[in-house]
Each structure stands twice: as C-alpha cells, then as structure tokens.
Design a protein around this ligand. Structure first.
Ligand SMILES: O=C(O)C(=O)Cc1ccccc1
Length: 284
C-alpha cells in the first residue's frame, strides 16, 4: 500500500522540499515511493494526520533565526495522538519573485510570516515603503503575482516550478538560515536520541517551572530546547515545550517522566526520534 505524506502546499513550499527528502529516505529504506499530499495550512496538515486521512505529515517546527513555528506547537498540543517519527533540518534560502520591471515598482510583498520575518532587514533596506501581507505558505503567495506591483518571497525551486522571474536572491538577513521539521504520525516509532514533550504546570505560582527542570538536571539529562506558549486560558498561564537529548527507553528518562507527571497538570510526550542527516555539508 502506498504511504501518503501530508505537507503544507501548494507544491514548491519549503515543507514540500523537506517532505521530498523524507520521501527519498523512505523509498531507499522500504523500496516504496510515498505519495505527497499538499494541504492549505499547517493546522490542516496536522489534522489530516490526526484524522488518519494520511499516514504521515511533515511540519516546520523551529527556525534558526525566528525561533519556534508557533502554529505547529499549538496544533500539536491540541491534537492528542500525534507522535514524532523523525526530525530533519533544511537550509532555507529566500528569493524575491515578481513580474515587476524592478524593485521601484513593487508596492506589496506576500509570503508566509516566517519568510517575511527572516527577510525583514532586506525588506526595510530595499523595499522600505511596501506593505507586507502574510499568507498560509510561500507558494500560496504566488497567486498574487499577476499584478506587476506585487512580489512574493519563496524559494528558487518554487520560481522554477511556476516559471516566475527572480528579482533578488538570496534575500534572507542571515546566510545560515535553517529550519527544523518534524515527521509526525499516529504510530509510536522505535526512537532515537531526541525526545520532545510538553506540559502545563498546576498553577501560576513562583517556582512552578523549577521542579520540572530540576527533575532533568538531577539525572544529568540535557535539555536542548525550552519554549513557552500561552495556554490561552488566562494571561500569564503557560505551556512549556521541551526537547531533551535522550531516549524514553533510558531508565533515567523513564524515571524523570514518572516524576514529572506528579509535578505537571497535563504532560504530553510526543516520542523519541532521530534526526535524518541527509546533507552532511549543510550549514545546519
Ligand atoms: O511556506 C512555506 O514554504 C513553508 O514551508 C513554511 C516555511 C516558511 C519559511 C521558512 C520555513 C518554512
């Protein structure tokens, strides 16, 4: 049976590029080529996995310049059964696509909020008076390019795919711009050396986060990331997303998670996974 993988579309997004990397890996390891299924938003991509419409989904989770992709974290928290199977990191290089004669004609720039933010300095310098409009994805932005006063930020690959002119490339403010993606499914997977989890704490009291952090520190378990997100219940009430460098099969991790349960209100463990190292020369 063909495995379907959901990703943010339309075709040509960075999420699709990450999905193609994973599809190549699956083809090599299983002998079967999976089917790529584009969805209009990150939330709908994850929903398709949660509903069982597709076996797998690939979503961006964190960028080296802009930090967390908050839509992904919020949706994963809400969708109870989602598990992480793999991580993969992709270098991101943005281009300015437009049918305008030159930069002086451009009045509006469309793109995904992460792409707009990663090119903020370039936009301020070269297009200081344009209006930046967020879209669900970098390739959704391309539908606005019929006008000769509009531009979109997307990849060189997207420009090639839709035969659109590139006015400037690269335009990201930092050359080492990398985005981390998660491959997710409903199936727990034999893990790797990274574990991701999230929890809410019982009350917004001093030290509510100290105990959970101590639990890991006492066992010498390294945290590679901590991110807070509002619970959306009341102001100042947060969820914490944590990545640790260890597997849940490890005895120390098991006991840490047992103890963590007693110091958190809700604890969700998204699983243990390895990082697919597909480009050993990449800056990521
Ligand atoms: O819109 C896309 O192409 C995406 O895949 C989301 C995104 C946007 C910018 C950087 C990384 C991922």
């Amino acid at each position: 049976m063909t495995v379907s993988i959901a990703h943010l579309g339309p075709p040509g997004t960075y999420a699709e590029a990450a999905t193609l990397v994973y599809a190549d890996y699956l083809t090599q390891t299983t002998g079967h080529r999976p089917l790529l299924c584009p969805y209009p938003s990150i939330t709908q991509t994850l929903q398709a996995v949660a509903n069982g419409d597709v076996a797998l989904g690939v979503v961006p989770v964190e960028n080296s310049i802009e930090g967390s992709v908050t839509i992904t974290l919020d949706a994963i928290w809400k969708l109870d059964l989602i598990r992480i199977q793999k991580g993969l990191v992709l270098p991101i290089s943005h281009a300015l696509l437009s049918n305008a004669q030159g930069l002086a004609d451009i009045k509006t720039v469309y793109s995904h909020p992460q792409a707009l933010a990663q090119c903020q300095g370039w936009l301020e310098k070269f297009l200081p008076n344009v209006q930046a409009i967020p879209t669900n994805s970098t390739t959704e932005a391309l539908q606005y390019l019929q006008e000769t006063t509009t531009a979109a930020i997307a990849s060189g690959r997207a420009a090639e795919l839709y035969q659109l002119p590139i006015l400037a490339h690269p335009i990201n403010d930092y050359p080492d711009n990398c985005t981390r993606f998660w491959v997710v499914s409903l199936q727990p997977w034999p893990g790797g050396n990274y574990t991701s989890l999230a929890f809410s704490v019982p009350a917004n009291v001093p030290g509510a986060l100290v105990k959970p952090l101590q639990i890991f520190a006492q066992r010498n378990i390294n945290l590679s990331r901590i991110e807070s997100r509002p619970t959306k219940r009341s102001l100042g009430d947060y969820l914490f997303f944590i990545d640790i460098e260890a597997n849940t099969d490890h005895q120390s991790v098991r006991s840490a998670l047992q103890e963590l349960k007693t110091h958190t209100e809700t604890l969700k463990i998204f699983g243990s996974y390895s990082i697919l190292n597909h480009q050993p020369q990449s800056p990521c």
